[in-house]
Write a protein that binds this ligand. Structure first.
Ligand code: NAP
Length: 275
C-alpha cells in the first residue's frame, strides 16, 4: 500500500515551514516541504532534519503552470493521489513599497488568488477520500469584503457565484486597479486583502462543488493564522510561526468523517462568519 501524503506550498520559511514541522510530528505519512526556489527548499529540509524530522522535498512555484504540472504528475505516479494539501504560499508588498498599486494588484492577485486556484485545479482531482484541503487566507480578506461597496460585496458573497464568475471579479479588480478606478468600482484599496477575499470565497465555492463529487469525506476550509512573526509581517505580530501553524494544522488533520467545518473561514480554530 502506498503511504499517505501531505503537501504544503511555500513552506521553506515562515508559517508554511512550521506547518511542515507540525505535520512531520502528527501526520501518518510523507510530508512534502515545497518551495519555488530549490536551494531554499532543500536548506529548509536540512534544518528540519537537524530536529530529527524527515520531510521530503519537491519544487513548486504556484505561479508556474509547468511546475504545478510536474508536482501533479509526481504525486499521481508515486502515490496515486494526495491526502492533505495546504495552500500556504503567498506574497505581500510592504506598506512602504513604492511599486505602483496597479502592479501590486496584478502580481498579488496572480500569486495569492490565481496561483492558489491553479494549484487547486491540478491537485483537487487527486485528493483521496477523507482528504483535507486548507487554504491559508487572512483576516485581511474578511476585512476586504467588509470594505467593499454593498453592491460589490453582494457579488462576492452571492451563494450561487461560480468559480468562473469569481475569476472575472478578480480580473475586473486588476483592470480597475490598472486604470485607477478600483475604489470607484467598490473594491477596497488593498491588493493583498482582495486576493485573500478571493481565496475565502473560492473555498466556499470549492466546498459547494464537492457536494456533487463521488469521493467521500473531503473537507476544504480557509483560515487566518493570526498575526504571526514572519518575513511577511516584518516580524511584527503576536504569534510565533509554530503558533500560527496551529489552525491550518488543525484543519489539515480533521479526523475521518468529522463532517465539518466545510467551506468555512476559521481563525483560532473557530468559524468566522463573512457572508
Ligand atoms: N504573517 C502573518 O501575520 C500572516 C497573517 C495572515 C495571513 N498570513 C498568510 O500565511 C501564509 C504564510 O505567510 P508567512 O507569514 O509565513 O509569509 P512568508 O514568511 O513571507 O512566507 C511565504 C512563503 O510563500 C512562498 N512563496 C511566495 N510566492 C510563491 C510562489 N509563487 N510559489 C511558491 N511559493 C511562494 C515564499 O517563498 P520564498 O522564500 O521563495 O519567497 C515563502 O516560503 C500566507 O498565505 C500569508 O498570506 C500571514
Amino acid at each position: 500500500m502506498t503511504s499517505r501524503v501531505a503537501v504544503v506550498t511555500g513552506s521553506n520559511k515562515g508559517i508554511g515551514f512550521s506547518i511542515v514541522r507540525a505535520l512531520c510530528k502528527q501526520f501518518d505519512g510523507d510530508v512534502y516541504l515545497t518551495a519555488r526556489d530549490e536551494e531554499r527548499g532543500k536548506k529548509a529540509v536540512e534544518d528540519l532534519e537537524e530536529e530529527g524530522l524527515h520531510p521530503k522535498f519537491h519544487q513548486l512555484d504556484i505561479t508556474n503552470q509547468k511546475s504545478i504540472d510536474n508536482l501533479q504528475k509526481y504525486l499521481k505516479d508515486k502515490y496515486g493521489g494526495l491526502d492533505v494539501l495546504v495552500n500556504n504560499a503567498s506574497i505581500a508588498y510592504k506598506v512602504k513599497d513604492v511599486t505602483p498599486f496597479a502592479e501590486q494588484a496584478k502580481y498579488t492577485i496572480a500569486c495569492n488568488f490565481t496561483g492558489t486556484l491553479d494549484v487547486c485545479k491540478a491537485l483537487l482531482p487527486l485528493i483521496k477520500p477523507h482528504g483535507r484541503v486548507v487554504n491559508v487566507a487572512s483576516g485581511s480578506g474578511t476585512r476586504a469584503l467588509d470594505k467593499m461597496s454593498s453592491e460589490r460585496a453582494s457579488k462576492f458573497k452571492a451563494l450561487d457565484l461560480t468559480e468562473t464568475e469569481l475569476v472575472s471579479l478578480l480580473e475586473d479588480f486588476v483592470n480597475a486597479a490598472s486604470d485607477g478606478t478600483h475604489t470607484e468600482k467598490g473594491y477596497p484599496n488593498s491588493a493583498y486583502g482582495t486576493s485573500k477575499a478571493g481565496v475565502i470565497v473560492l473555498t466556499g465555492i470549492q466546498a459547494r462543488d464537492l457536494k456533487n463529487d463521488p469521493r467521500e469525506d473531503i473537507l476544504i476550509n480557509a483560515c487566518c493564522p493570526g498575526h504571526v512573526q514572519t518575513d511577511m509581517s516584518s516580524h511584527q505580530g503576536t504569534k510565533t510561526p509554530d503558533e500560527g501553524a496551529e489552525t491550518p494544522v488543525y484543519l489539515a488533520l480533521l479526523p475521518p468523517n468529522a463532517g465539518q467545518p466545510q467551506g468555512e473561514m476559521l481563525s483560532d480554530k473557530k468559524i468566522v462568519k463573512w457572508r
